[in-house]
Write a protein that binds this ligand. Structure first.
Ligand code: BTN
Length: 267
């Protein structure tokens, strides 16, 4: 069988998307190489008129992850996607947003993999405990509301040497390298799911996504080690609440953890 790996093409991404969605897209920008698609989305938001814009690249030279980590971004293998959303959200709605985005993302990726994809709170996606995708949300206040950049990185068919710099267990979405996944189709599905989120989330909040999130929650019912600035403890994860906080039971007491304040791992 001949291996083929279609490059990212605007027409392929748009093909089949409904008019009501296309009307809400400002533009789809695809670069061969860029520093970070999150920066491109952030800059574009300053002049953006429509609800959202889409920024993609075949390669990032300064891809960013959460907690100031580098996001390894080799050419042509993975998905580096950022959506710039002109939102009317309140700052208080951001905690749950990150988990709601992870829930939409997993629904999309499940269309392309038969493997058991799970979410490690708050928003890492894993297959067999190996990270295949991460989300970086960045915001800035604007005159009309809150500008939100949703940055998504997905390892699709990166090889060992390309990923050698990654300092945690990682994997790919693709199961069979002889049957290359078309990244255009994956991006199309994600855009479609996130468009629904842009419409629903401002009213529904994380509540609408809560049940689905829990069904993919890797840490649920697991004994974990929690590390905070001034404290480290062990406890059992009960689940997440409707605000997106992780609930951990320690000595009969339920602790509410907010992401950004903690790191957690299974024991
Ligand atoms: C994480 O640390 O898990 C979040 C990773 C987010 C990576 C994506 S790739 C597209 C966008 N551009 C960036 O520089 N980062 C995000």
């Amino acid at each position: 069988m001949i291996e083929s790996n279609p490059r990212l093409i605007e027409k392929s991404i748009k093909y089949g998307l409904p008019d009501n969605l296309l009307d809400d897209i400002d533009s789809i920008y695809i670069k061969d190489s860029t520093e970070s698609t999150n920066d491109n989305a952030k800059n574009h938001l300053k002049v953006q008129k429509a609800l959202f814009s889409v920024h993609l690249a075949e390669q990032q030279t300064a891809g960013r992850g959460r907690n100031k980590r580098k996001w390894v971004s080799p050419h042509g293998k993975n998905i580096y996607l950022s959506l710039g959303w002109k939102s009317k959200l309140l700052h208080s709605q951001l905690e749950g947003l990150s988990l709601a985005v992870a829930t939409c993302l997993i629904s999309s990726l499940k269309e392309f993999s038969s493997q058991n994809i799970q979410i490690k709170w708050p928003n890492d996606l894993l297959i067999n405990k190996k990270k295949i995708s991460g989300i970086l949300i960045e915001t800035s206040d604007s005159q009309e509301g809150l500008d939100v950049v949703i940055g998504i990185g997905i390892n699709v068919h990166m090889n060992e040497s390309e990923g050698s710099e990654i300092d945690q267990d990682w994997g790919n979405l693709e199961e069979n390298h002889l049957n290359k996944l078309d990244r255009n189709k994956i991006v199309q599905s994600i855009i479609s799911k996130l468009h629904e989120l842009f419409k629903d989330y401002p009213q529904s909040g994380f509540k609408k996504y809560h049940h689905t999130f829990e069904s993919y929650n890797l840490l649920k019912d697991k004994l974990c080690k929690v590390e905070m600035d001034r404290e480290t403890f062990e406890g059992k994860v009960i689940g997440v609440n409707e605000a997106g906080e992780l609930l951990v039971e320690k000595d009969g007491e339920i602790r509410h953890l907010r992401y950004g304040e903690v790191s957690i791992r299974e024991l």
